[in-house]
Design a protein around this ligand. Structure first.
Ligand code: UDP
Ligand code: MN
Length: 249
């Protein structure tokens, strides 16, 4: 099918950013009819991301919005102390809602450090309302996501905060554009409890379990993994930072 995909990626400046974005862009270079909406968590766009997007040849929208200071992680903070990528994904939602009032399409939130099988995108294109599938290496388990029988969600394979109505990772679902246009005031919500962003968004959109469209009859395939790139640490002797002058900023 030729339904367009709107792929939303928040990204922020750190030493591993280019490696992560190269890997992601090289995945997306295999997929046709996509618009990659990349939103940097910065006060201005970086050369690094600008150049990388141009060089990829992928149709894209490049924006930036800085996470407000009160919500920013401080050195030493554990990651889960704040939601990440919220303002960036919301800016992309604004952009999509303004630009695509009459269009078809499916929206997928793609964090910049995950691993995506190109097979996944065939399934996403078929989504009518909300598509759902398991995510590998997620929720503190080998995978996390729906348990399915005959193409319906019958339960959840999860061990972390099992009270969540929809215990899924950011990369475990995709939403038809129309669902987002029908609820124009629904956004990612900073007030969500830790780990509840995804579940709360679907609840706010009025989604019920019966609305969910599993990727296949049994949800037994993993096509995306919540991989995480290890934070890079310089050796204590940091001479190389002084001698390498040609890195993009
Ligand atoms: N992110 C961001 N600003 C930050 C931290 C993260 O925009 O200060 C982005 C990041 O690039 C990624 C997404 O938000 O696309 C989720 O962040 P991360 O992968 O660090 O979180 P986790 O996978 O642990 O949930
Ligand atoms: Mn991540």
């Amino acid at each position: 099918s030729n339904v367009p995909l709107y792929l939303i990626t928040p990204t922020y400046t750190r030493l591993t950013q280019k490696a992560d974005l190269i890997r992601l862009s090289h995945t997306l270079m295999h997929i046709h009819n996509i618009l990659w909406i990349v939103v940097e968590d910065r006060s201005s766009k970086s050369k690094l991301v600008t150049n990388l997007l141009d060089r990829s040849g992928i149709e894209h929208v490049h924006m930036n919005v800085e996470t407000p200071k009160i919500f920013r992680l401080r050195p030493g903070d554990r990651k889960y102390m704040q939601h990440r990528g919220v303002e960036q994904r919301n800016l992309a939602l604004d952009w999509i809602r303004m630009s695509y009032e009459l269009s078809q399409g499916v929206v997928y939130f793609m964090d910049d450090d995950n691993t995506y099988d190109i097979e996944l995108f065939h399934h996403i294109r078929k989504v009518n309302k909300v598509g759902i599938w398991p995510v590998g290496l997620s929720g503190g388990n080998d995978y996390e996501g729906p348990i399915c029988e005959n193409g319906k969600v019958t339960g959840w394979y999860t061990i972390w905060d099992t009270r969540r109505m929809f215990p899924i990772d950011m990369s475990g679902f995709a939403i038809h554009l129309q669902v987002l246009l029908d609820s124009p005031s629904v956004y990612w919500d900073r007030k969500s409890r830790v780990g509840n962003l995804e579940s709360d968004l679907l609840i706010s959109l009025g989604i019920e379990r019966g609305d969910l469209e599993p990727i296949d009859d049994t949800c037994s395939q993993v096509l995306v993994w919540h991989t995480q790139t290890v934070k890079f640490e310089y050796l204590e002797n940091r001479m190389e930072r002084i001698t390498i002058k040609n890195l993009e900023k």
